[in-house]
Write a protein that binds this ligand. Structure first.
Ligand SMILES: CC(C)(COP(=O)(O)OP(=O)(O)OC[C@H]1O[C@@H](n2cnc3c(N)ncnc32)[C@H](O)[C@@H]1OP(=O)(O)O)[C@@H](O)C(=O)NCCC(=O)NCCS
Length: 154
């Protein structure tokens, strides 16, 4: 599995990280979440998050949910200035570890069928297409459901 060469700390987000997470979300995602949605996330609803920090600053985050059939990655985003350094792969790997501890065997997520970059990223990590959903984002765009057995992650 790809590992980053720069020093990155992975941790659960604190309240202080919220501004950076929202900024990266708005900068990176075609369908960003709202501040209200983020504030309401809670392990009580089986929602979890991890941040990646470089020199004490948040440079990436992942938000995932525990579901009966496995872990579902709701959002993954790396700050534009820090892409291509292995940080996204590291967050996927750390989430996979956490899911295994929770007894989950599979990881799933949706990507836009238009987002060939993200699709290449996940395909290189062993994710495979499991389904397609029309109008998943409510704007006519199709989503691809990707799935990987955690043991097979590259
Ligand atoms: C997709 C994303 C999470 C990848 O994170 P990252 O830290 O840049 O990825 P890594 O450095 O771990 O891995 C880079 C690998 O992914 C590939 N990759 C990543 N983004 C890519 C893109 N837009 N086009 C083509 N390849 C891409 C790189 O070629 C590289 O491949 P390699 O491992 O074979 O060398 C990050 O680019 C990002 O936040 N993009 C915007 C938001 C997004 O698309 N999120 C995912 C949709 S849910």
């Amino acid at each position: 599995m790809c590992r980053t060469d720069i020093s990155i700390q992975i941790a659960a987000p604190t309240e202080e990280d919220e501004g950076s997470i929202l900024a990266i979300n708005n900068q990176s995602l075609t369908a960003p979440f709202t501040a209200k949605w983020y504030k309401e996330l809670s392990p009580d609803d089986d929602n979890y998050a991890l941040v990646a920090k470089h020199n004490g600053r948040v440079v990436a985050f992942i938000i995932y949910k525990l579901r009966p059939e496995g872990g579902y990655v709701s959002y993954l985003a790396v700050k534009g200035s820090h892409r291509g350094l292995g940080i996204g792969s590291l967050l996927i790997a750390e989430t996979a570890k956490a899911l295994l501890v929770q007894g989950k065997e599979f990881m799933r997520l949706h990507v836009s069928s238009n987002d060939k970059g993200a699709q290449s990223f996940y395909a290189a990590r062993g994710f495979e297409e499991a389904a397609r959903l029309n109008n998943f984002y409510g704007n006519g765009t199709t989503a691809v459901l990707l799935k990987v057995k955690i043991q097979d992650l590259k």
